[in-house]
Write a protein that binds this ligand. Structure first.
Ligand SMILES: Cc1cc2nc3c(=O)[nH]c(=O)nc-3n(C[C@H](O)[C@H](O)[C@H](O)COP(=O)(O)OP(=O)(O)OC[C@H]3O[C@@H](n4cnc5c(N)ncnc54)[C@H](O)[C@@H]3O)c2cc1C
Length: 520
């Protein structure tokens, strides 16, 4: 890790924000030979990028709002992102029952026809029409529902997609700095002088760059507004989406798309083996983007949605975990109306070059989806080309794969089978979890280990000391939240005491490595 290096060089690009967009821009730029630094104030993916609905999807409902550009781009990205990150992105079949009081079946079918054909589809299956009454246990649905469509999208481990991109960027020479908030910047001659704070050491960093890319998601507008000489003719308000995690609502590995009476959509999908994820809501969030929590009202809304459709009925007591995220809704004629549900999920950029229009550029990223992060990054670099060295390398992210994704074309479950040969002593649940969390990196994590006991203390669930050490040494993990809720979701199976013990261990382990890092 280059966390404590003394940085005195001039970067081509400094990226603010270690969410999916910042990470995607960093790997794209570094892979083209640019000198890149990325600043993240807390932990990578600690903003919206660990709080999404976990879909790499075309966005079926955006067709209703005629967002054809966005839907086409998103659809074409599904298989590309799946190839790039096979270990953490895989196909998901969605069951969408026809609801009498909602959109007519023929309209939904036409929408799905477009969904299947707007962009090339190679491996993902097309739409089929089914009768739930002919399926085992009606696929978990209540008897009110019979006709249904089944179509394809993809599942993604959002926070791990961020880390994989950052590992890729670091491998290409980028300086990736966690817990290092951007503080301010000023134009100095032809470039920027940036001040950031290394929170681990308490040191103030001064960095020089030709271009700043502000990819701070919900924080992007306040950051742009705080930089002297940057004009912001746009503002943002935040919209919150919440999810609940409950014991599995149905058998099977399909997701569902539920048309709620108010015209909105709720999705459910299998989550971490024993659970179902239900989301999302769309509520204005006037507060701090770091303090995002589900309200009782949102909880009731999601419970009612699930109970309306599934035989297995649930109450608030069944909620095992919740999480919420915010998306910034930009106000500059981009939104069609004030309704957070119908506002576009498309992205755009603002470039500021100071009052005379000739200063060092400050590019702010507005909006976006996980699904389109790679295209967004590509567009950012294209847009910045006039300000970048002329010998910049070609676009590469459309074909390159991310660290951990070299697991063969059959996906993580088939890869987990092959791991049986290498690590026959690994219990099945642990082997499968490691394969779909780390992909081929699991072989690095377990190199030299010959028996289960050598993995060390079990902190909780099936998380061992070996895995925790790997996360600290290789994935910038520095706190119990990083380990249990972003790099993994093992927090679902940890008790309070286990969490405390792990937290103490991480603190000690980091204290031991800190002097070594400072000396390097
Ligand atoms: C509820 C919900 C569900 C969603 N579901 C999906 C989905 O299923 N599929 C999909 O494609 N998209 C989905 N999206 C959209 C997607 O999650 C977001 O577009 C994406 O995560 C935004 O990434 P980002 O990098 O722009 O922002 P973020 O992930 O928020 O990253 C910004 C980063 O900037 C950092 N930061 C803030 N201030 C500073 C500073 N001063 N210095 C340094 N760093 C700073 C933050 O800590 C944060 O890590 C969803 C969004 C929401 C809200």
């Amino acid at each position: 890790m280059s966390q404590h290096e003394d940085i005195s060089k001039v970067y081509d690009l400094i990226v603010i924000g270690g969410g999916i967009n910042g990470a995607g821009i960093a790997v794209d730029a570094a892979g083209r030979g640019l000198k890149v630094a990325l600043l993240e104030s807390v932990d990578f993916a600690s903003g919206t990028s660990s709080r999404s609905s976990k879909l790499v999807h075309g966005g079926l409902r955006y067709l209703e709002y005629y967002d054809f550009r966005l839907v086409r781009e998103s659809l074409s990205e599904r298989e590309r992102v799946m190839k790039k990150a096979r270990h953490i992105v895989w196909p998901l079949r969605f069951v969408m029952p026809v609801v009498k009081q909602s959109r007519p079946a023929w309209i939904v079918r036409i929408g799905l026809f477009f969904y299947d054909h707007l962009a090339p589809r190679v491996t993902l299956q097309g739409t089929e029409t089914v009768r739930l009454s002919k399926k085992t246990n009606r696929m978990g649905f209540r008897e009110h529902y019979d006709k249904a469509f089944i179509y394809s999208d993809c599942w993604v481990d959002d926070a791990r997609l961020v880390v994989a991109n950052l590992q890729g960027a670091e491998a290409e020479g980028a300086d990736i700095l966690a817990r290092t908030p951007f503080k301010n910047a000023e134009r100095d001659g032809d470039n920027w002088l940036v001040t950031a704070l290394d929170q681990d050491s308490g040191r103030t960093l001064k960095l020089r760059a030709n271009v700043i890319v502000n990819a701070a998601g919900p924080w992007a507008v306040p950051i742009a507004q705080s930089v002297p000489g940057v004009t912001t003719d746009y503002s943002a308000k935040l919209v919150r989406g919440s999810h609940i995690i409950v014991p599995s609502l149905y058998d099977g590995d399909n997701a569902t798309m539920l048309q709620i009476g108010d015209g909105r959509i709720v999705v459910t999908m299998p989550y971490e083996n024993d659970y179902t994820l239900v989301g999302t809501t769309d509520e204005n969030h006037p507060g701090d983007p770091r303090r995002v929590e589900i309200t009782d009202q949102e909880q009731d809304y999601l419970l009612a949605a699930a109970n309306k459709f599934f035989t297995r009925q649930i109450t608030a007591d069944d909620i095992h975990w919740t999480y919420s995220g915010v998306r910034p809704l930009f106000e500059e004629g981009k939104s069609r109306d004030d309704n957070p549900t119908t506002v576009t999920r498309d992205y755009s950029f603002k470039i500021d070059q100071g009052a005379d229009g000739k200063g060092a550029p400050f590019l702010t990223v507005l909006g976006g989806k996980l699904t389109t992060y790679r295209r967004l990054a590509d567009h950012v670099i294209e847009k910045l080309k006039p300000f970048l060295p002329p010998d910049i390398g070609p676009a590469h992210t459309g074909t390159s794969i991310l660290p951990g994704a070299d697991i063969g074309s059959e996906g993580p479950f088939a890869y987990a089978e092959t791991l049986k040969l290498v690590f026959p002593w690994l219990p099945d649940t642990l082997r499968i979890r490691l394969a779909r969390t780390y992909g081929s990196r699991v072989e690095k994590m377990l190199a030299g280990v010959e028996k289960l006991e050598d993995l060390g203390t079990v902190f909780g669930g099936n998380m061992t000391r070996r895995e925790v050490d790997y996360l600290i040494e290789n994935e910038w993990a520095a706190s119990v939240e990083d380990v249990l809720w972003r790099r993994t979701k093992c927090g679902l199976r940890f008790s309070e005491d286990e969490t405390k013990a792990l937290s103490d261990y991480i603190e000690k382990a980091r204290a031991l490595t800190a002097p070594k890092e400072a000396a390097s």
